[in-house]
Design a protein around this ligand. Sequence first.
Ligand SMILES: Nc1nc2c(c(=O)[nH]1)N[C@H]1C(S)=C(S)[C@@H](COP(=O)(O)OP(=O)(O)OC[C@H]3O[C@@H](n4cnc5c(=O)[nH]c(N)nc54)[C@H](O)[C@@H]3O)O[C@H]1N2
Ligand SMILES: Nc1nc2c(c(=O)[nH]1)N[C@H]1C(S)=C(S)[C@@H](COP(=O)(O)OP(=O)(O)OC[C@H]3O[C@@H](n4cnc5c(=O)[nH]c(N)nc54)[C@H](O)[C@@H]3O)O[C@H]1N2
Ligand code: SF4
Ligand SMILES: [Mo]
Length: 802
Amino acid sequence: MTEWQKSACILCECNCGIEVQVEDRSLAKIRGDKAHPGSEGYTCEKALRLDHYQSRTVRLTSPLRRTPDGEYEEISWDTAIAEIATRLTAIRDEHGGDKIFFYGGGGQGNHLGATYNKALQGAIGARYQSNALAQEKTGEMYVDGRLYGGHTKGDFEHAEVVVFVGKNPWQSHSFPRARPVLKALAADPERAMVVIDPRRSESAAMADIHLQVRPGTDAWCLAALGAILVQEDLVDHAFIDRHTSGGETIIDTLRAVDVADYAARCGVEEALLRETARRIGAAKSVCTYEDLGIQQAPHSTLSSYLNKLLWILTGNFAKPGAMFLHSSFAPLAGGAPGSGGSRKPKSGLDMLVGTAKDMVSGAVVRLPSVLPDALASRIGAALSPQAAKVARGGPGKPGGPSRRTPVTGARIIAGLVPCNSIAEEILTDHPDRFRAMWIDSVNPAHSLADSASFRAAMRSLDLTVVVDIAMTETAKQADYVLPASSQFEKWECTFFNVDFPRNVFHLRKPVMAPLTGTLSEPEIYARVIRALGVVGESVLAPLRRAARRGRKQYAAAFFLTVGANPKLMPLAPYLLRETLGPTLPEGAEGTASLWGAAQLCALANPASVRRAGFTGSGFEPGDKLFDAVLCGEGVVFTLDDYEHAWDYVRRPDQRFTLDIPELVERTRALADEPSSWVTEEFPFVLSAGERRAFTANTIIRDPGWRRRDRDGALRLSPADADGLGVTTGDTLRVVTERGQADAVVEVSDTMQAGHISLPNGLGLDGGPGVAPNELTSLHHRDWLAGTPWHKYVPARLERIDA
Ligand SMILES: Nc1nc2c(c(=O)[nH]1)N[C@H]1C(S)=C(S)[C@@H](COP(=O)(O)OP(=O)(O)OC[C@H]3O[C@@H](n4cnc5c(=O)[nH]c(N)nc54)[C@H](O)[C@@H]3O)O[C@H]1N2
Ligand SMILES: Nc1nc2c(c(=O)[nH]1)N[C@H]1C(S)=C(S)[C@@H](COP(=O)(O)OP(=O)(O)OC[C@H]3O[C@@H](n4cnc5c(=O)[nH]c(N)nc54)[C@H](O)[C@@H]3O)O[C@H]1N2
Ligand code: SF4
Ligand SMILES: [Mo]
């Protein structure tokens, strides 16, 4: 009998807990894990086909080096690491470490390696990075940062009214046990589900109210809903007075909106908009979920703002069924959400160093005798001036510092370069252009707008390194390809921990040995950083000795070492891997960075972590939390009550800051702006990249995994099909300003005339379907966040026989 081993699904950010039986390196049996505190046994149909990822993927088994004739040759790990380290060093010395750009670092299921990716950035002096969040979520992050300084989510399970904006949770999930929660919502006559989507998606088909907007017009729809709330006085004035500031200008702006005109602009009956706003205004609890339908469409950031105003104006926060801010185990992006109250860490480490310093100055622990004198004296110096201050960075500047990219001056949000700007920052002879790119756990030559430009950008760089399990579209452009162990062959986790009042973190154990020739990311990064030779034995040896004496000694030694030498801070995960790692179970060395994350989490959310059962003083709660997650099961790491959501607001006055001048101004301007961007040449709106039953970005490359829609059909309305004289099964050519592709047609009455849709993640290795970003352009992007208009690509359709 093979045993059931615990793991998680890696196909979307829900990371549902699963149990698997392994036979012959295959995931022979898979079932939902009933004991998992987040998913409680639930999975969708995709998880049951994860073996297509594990054993039906053509895996990389050796580091590869590109030869001058464009082929790839196998080289040893030692050669690969040595050559890459030499070339990174040379580029840093000639152009500066900030010219080495980092893209990715983790996917839907794997963020452990990202901690070490960050350490490599620190080791080489990189300053610019990005990942997929900067082509979907940075607009929302900008608004969140300005409003309250954290990430919000909704209590869908208990809400009376749920509003999905450009979100199809039946297929894309994004919250625990999505389908049972949606079914319960739909079945209950006392509750209501509202879906805003130009398409009658699976979720829209179950909804009580479907606002079938014209594509790209959500800003008008949401502004009209807000306007009705204001004009019909459905606003929760007590909430606005008590919990917000600066609301007057946006409320006045909404009062002036011509609802009838905006209804006409977005193509929804005014009466239906009024019914919707009244339902929202009357409900005991409302929560919303916005996703790609607005985040990858025109006015994306503005729509995020207007969407959030709906639940803010009606006081739907910090109560059952409403919106909440939440803790996080570790931040997902720079300056990201998730620490309680005013104790906003400048960076995680600053804060922990502060605690170590507080502990030492408060004589809670004594300076470890194992530290050499020289180090001890530097610590002494570091201790004196601002010991306590470091621990409390105070409330964040709204929206974070306004950093810009070096060549095009694009706005950097949450530390991420906008994805559509990356190729532009490279394909130039500007002296500040990037010279090298490190790419891990992502497939940007497939997933970023305008694939042709991204390929050209990769080829023009002095060095590109790709870390992946497979020879992807991106790997095929790289100078070096490094083979990673799969997510079932190593310790893994994600930082998609966004729940409340119970938040769950799941560190997974490997369920089988690594495939021969592959390495885990923590090991790959440790080897590269070692080869760079940036940290000497004089730092590492004392920490190793401290680790052998126990966690308390180690904690003090570690944080004081880092505190005394701030240059080591960015390397902290590496230091942990090299010094605490050896004391962990064999093969688990790479989990050492999570000890640091657990410490930060415990320190940032002291009461919530204590309520979750991790008690004690100083570094004890963090230690206990780390030991708990090492068991390999989902762990509730923070426990709150609904009103504690206020503790996560990062404002000195704990109020929401409603006035975001540039967005208020643009809200006002909507009255006179165009609400359609198609042309005579490209009259259709193509949504390039819909989530369907069997899509999962490009995580599973074997087309055989799709039970339905194998070819990834081009969906279009019966009216358009008639107009073109095509029927299901025919092939049409989709032409955009950037490219063209042939696609198999599916006539579908879920589509409105003029709107066509292709799925995401197809067209791999010459297999079935269209690679959507062969059709998208860089300049179609949000005016504020630079996020792409993947859902709004002007296109035309041509008959192939014509
Ligand atoms: N099955 C599956 N699930 C996934 C993924 C996957 O690849 N496959 N990927 C995961 C990831 S990375 C993400 S980010 C999420 C994304 O999850 P979603 O955002 O739910 O996914 P999409 O299907 O891309 O887009 C949602 C809806 O936006 C609608 N839409 C298109 N244009 C507009 C518009 O102008 N306005 C409005 N209001 N709606 C519009 C589409 O019709 C679609 O129904 O899904 C996650 N879950
Ligand atoms: N046109 C269009 N473009 C889109 C979208 C859209 O809707 N339309 N959606 C966008 C969205 S929301 C997202 S999130 C992105 C997703 O796009 P990307 O962020 O590029 O991510 P994936 O396509 O999921 O690629 C994941 C990669 O990780 C690799 N991998 C799997 N396991 C491991 C591992 O353990 N280690 C390593 N090193 N690699 C591993 C896989 O082989 C794969 O190459 O696409 C975006 N692009
Ligand atoms: S694809 Fe997402 S919702 Fe489905 S089982 Fe996997 S993690 Fe859960
Ligand atoms: Mo995504």
